[in-house]
Write a new protein. Structure first.
Length: 77
């Protein structure tokens, strides 16, 4: 089974979350664009700012990084 690693990278460059979906996602890709929805929960102490997300398929044979994919901001109570 090929690993499908998804990594969330904080603004300071630290890895906040890394998940391997190789055992939970089974897809066959043909020409075109695909999207897979999945929810993630970051830790309560995750840094604020824009996060990059990297997806690595087939043990790193295919890697795609999307910069500034989402923003984390905490509301002060």
């Amino acid at each position: 089974m090929n690993p499908i690693a998804v990594t969330f990278i904080a603004p300071d460059g630290s890895v906040i979350l890394q998940e391997d979906f190789g055992s939970t996602i089974h897809i066959t890709l043909w020409g075109g664009e695909y999207s897979i929805g999945y929810s993630f929960t970051l830790s309560e102490d995750a840094p604020e700012g824009y996060y990059d997300v990297t997806a690595s398929i087939s043990g790193g044979k295919y890697v795609k990084t999307t910069e500034n994919l989402f923003y984390v901001k905490y509301n002060s109570s």
